[in-house]
Design a protein. Structure first.
Length: 378
């Protein structure tokens, strides 16, 4: 290895190098799912992505001679620092060959830029905020990545800890399938009874999202989201523009039969979002949406046999009333009837006791753990 140079990404050619670099790392890894290049490019577009109305980003590439050997993004989220009154900068989109020399140079460059922005701590991996893909996979490297969850080589943990990063929070992913549900009939029967009891006691009505009225539905989602998760570790409220941006991205993937509102007297008090695991299709597309990826997407979705339960939240006034059980009962019942064989519930904060206990009661397996690291900037 020659002299390692870290260069900021200042042009479209290098940005495309940045976006395509993961193919160098994962070329022979059967469990990696290539992201859609179109989506990554859009997310990094500081004009098109409304996240950047309150955030800043700097991309860096590491070169060994003419060849990229690593990448990193340094991110400042003013909404995060305003809410928590701290000076935390984030690092994300981290990919690197197995070299502590290269990773240290990338961390140095990101840390220096974050320090110039007034930050005193580096936190990551976070792409771009807690509302996006976050966390480093720490186990189950033999399992395929699920939709919108990070996948990485095992050696990344050593690259982070060798630089002085320390764990700040773990995130859990739980797995459950139809076979497990049938074998755990007692738990499923109890879930059905609790769901029925809660619905009657709290006068809860569960309804599917109306995608044909998405603009009005988004206002209700935002109302629940920005209330239900306000006290969660690291949570940052999303703007209306960010909600629309995310919704527009996810709408083509949504199966409205497994996306629910919980309402009391017509008022939304909870929201549950599950999405088919389109990674089964994305795997075949190799990052390319055009010209043939669209057809693979259209025809491949019929073969998707699993879902990811992305979020399940209830406004504070209705906490600990069992509404999550109603959401899960509906998701399992409808999901099974539609032919979905498995579900990943992710991610769940390690100290989110109600959701952890719900997963345990279901008999779901805690099969993946993701880690967020912190390091003081020196």
């Amino acid at each position: 290895m020659g002299d390692i140079k870290i260069l900021p990404v200042d042009n479209e050619v290098d940005k495309m190098r940045f976006i395509k670099f993961p193919w160098t790392i994962y070329r022979d890894d059967p469990n990696w799912v290539p992201p859609l290049i179109y989506d990554v490019r859009k997310n990094l577009d500081t004009v098109k992505n409304p996240f950047y109305s309150h955030a800043r980003i700097r991309l860096f590439l590491a070169f060994d001679g003419k060849f990229p050997v690593g990448r990193i993004a340094a991110i400042v989220n003013d909404h995060h620092n305003g809410k928590y009154n701290d000076k935390v900068g984030f690092v994300g989109y981290f990919e690197c060959i197995n070299s502590k020399t290269v990773s240290a140079a990338l961390f140095d460059a990101a840390g220096e830029w974050l320090k110039e922005q007034g930050m005193d701590t580096i936190r990551g991996p976070v792409n771009l905020s807690v509302n996006d893909e976050i966390g480093m996979l720490t186990n189950a490297f033999d399992k395929p990545a699920v939709l919108l969850m990070i996948y990485n080589p095992a050696y990344y943990m050593d690259l982070f800890t060798d630089y002085g990063f320390e764990k700040v929070k773990d995130l859990y992913a739980y797995y459950i399938d139809q076979k497990m549900c049938k074998e755990n009939k007692k738990a499923m029967d109890k879930l059905a009874r609790v769901s029925e009891l809660v619905s009657k006691r709290e006068n809860i009505k569960i309804r599917k999202i109306h995608l044909n009225d998405l603009q009005n539905e988004l206002l209700k989602v935002m109302e629940v989201y920005n209330s239900a998760w306000i006290e969660n570790w690291g949570s940052v409220q999303m703007t209306a523009e960010e909600f629309k941006y995310v919704a527009d991205s996810l709408k083509p993937l949504v199966d409205e039969d497994i996306v629910y509102f919980a309402e009391v007297d017509g008022k939304p008090v909870g929201f549950s979002l599950s999405i088919p695991d389109y990674n089964k299709v994305f795997k075949t597309m190799n990052g390319k949406l055009f010209p043939f990826g669209v057809f693979k997407l259209l025809f491949g979705k019929k073969k998707i046999d699993g879902i990811r339960v992305i979020m399940m939240g209830v406004i504070p006034e209705y906490h600990r009333k069992g509404i999550e059980a109603v959401f899960i009962q509906n998701t399992i019942q409808i999901g099974m009837s539609k032919g979905y064989n498995y579900a990943e519930i992710s991610w769940v904060l390690e100290d989110n006791a109600p959701m952890v206990q719900t997963a345990v009661n279901l008999g779901a397996d805690l099969y993946k753990t993701y880690r967020i690291y912190d390091r003081k900037i020196k």
